[in-house]
Design a protein around this ligand. Structure first.
Ligand code: NAD
Length: 340
């Protein structure tokens, strides 16, 4: 365990159990040098404890990098609750989790993530103030989409010489909370949309509302387009899929899009611009962090607009160094975190 912590440079790992509610939670605090560790709480079934712990550590590290590059005074952390096969009282389970977050005295601030909702965070908030994305704070997905839109414009500018999206072919994989909001914004900007989702109902809705072209899930990555926006699950860019892409740039919301760092190099070698996922999808974190500080909407919007700027800087750096934007983003984040 300590070897895994040390290789991820993880500060602390907390395990909590509450047999009365069935809660088994892991809180990974990656780094608090820039501020308290903020990161969502996943509520998913896991095959075993090591895979839940590994997930928490990997995700916590990603949050430190994301916060550092978004210019937030925050560290990175993540919580994973191992979802039991049956839970008698979900509210009681999240209340128990709230008591555990409170025991960390503000070193970790929790939020929604896969499998959790604002209603769950409302239960957490009964026992701690170290929680955001409650019903009162609001769902961050629309802000994530706004940040991705800014990132798509920056990517279009860098690769195509214009940030005008009118007539640009943009393929969106996944029409969930973020993907659908992004489709709406892109459609308003005049883009031609190609969309897929595991749920055919979401695709139909995008066809009706935005005149999007529905594409089979298996064919989406190969769709000829200017911009590919992965907004479903992670790991979609691997040696095999990168070979099949027909786009000028990849710029989407999904976390951990690269199956390995080498996939980023492969994109670079193919001349496909890659927007590092944790830079372009930081809008949700920015919203959650600033809402937690009671900042107004104007401050959030101003902060979101810096995502495009940050990407433009990373692209310039990558071009000058002849390295992939993913490697440049990692190096910049590590410099901010570790002063290396
Ligand atoms: P979501 O669960 O609401 O939506 C994901 C959608 O992708 C679902 O509709 C699902 O059916 C679809 N999907 C999954 N795999 C697919 C595939 N292979 N092909 C086509 N469709 C597929 O999730 P979300 O909140 O919209 O988040 C989307 C991604 O963005 C996730 O990777 C998430 O971690 C990341 N992200 C989200 C936020 C946020 O604010 N919600 C912030 C940062 C990053």
């Amino acid at each position: 365990m300590f070897v895994m912590m040390e290789s991820a440079r993880l500060e602390a790992l907390h395990l909590f159990s509450d047999p009365a509610t069935g809660l088994r939670a892991i809180v990974a605090i990656h780094d608090t040098r820039l501020g308290p560790a903020l990161g969502g709480c996943r509520y998913l079934p896991y095959a075993d404890e090591p895979s839940a712990i590994e997930d928490a550590i990997r995700l916590a590290r990603g949050m430190s990098y994301k916060a550092a590059l978004a210019g937030l005074e925050l560290g990175g952390g993540k919580a994973v609750i191992m979802r039991p096969p049956h839970v008698a009282n979900r509210a009681a389970l999240f209340e128990a989790f709230g008591r555990m977050v409170e025991s960390l005295a503000g070193r970790y601030v929790t939020a929604v993530d896969s499998g959790t909702s604002s209603v769950d965070m409302d239960c957490v908030a009964r026992h701690t103030r170290h929680v955001t994305s409650t019903s009162a704070a609001g769902d961050p997905s629309g802000h994530t989409a706004l940040g991705v839109l800014a990132g798509i414009r920056a990517s279009a500018w860098a690769r195509l010489g214009s940030d005008d999206l009118e007539g640009l072919r943009i393929a969106i994989q996944g029409l969930g909370n973020v993907g659908f909001a992004l489709a709406e914004q892109l459609s308003a900007a005049g883009a031609e949309l190609f969309v897929s989702d595991l749920d055919p109902g979401r695709v139909r809705l995008a066809e009706e509302q935005f005149g999007a072209h529905g594409v089979a899930c298996a064919a989406l990555l190969e769709t000829p387009c200017e911009i590919l926006a992965p907004c479903g699950l992670g790991g979609v860019l691997d040696e095999n899929s990168v070979r099949r892409l027909h786009c000028a740039a990849v710029a989407g919301a999904a976390n951990n899009q690269l199956a390995s760092p080498e996939a980023g190099d492969q994109l670079e070698a193919r001349g496909i611009l890659y927007a590092p996922d944790y830079v372009i999808n930081a809008g949700g974190l920015i919203h959650a962090a600033l809402m937690h500080k009671n900042a107004g909407l104007a401050a959030i919007t101003a902060h979101l607009s810096r995502i495009g700027q940050r990407l433009t800087e990373i692209y310039a750096h990558a071009q000058a160094d002849k390295r992939s934007p993913a490697r440049i983003a990692d190096a910049l984040a590590e410099r901010l975190l570790y002063r290396v």
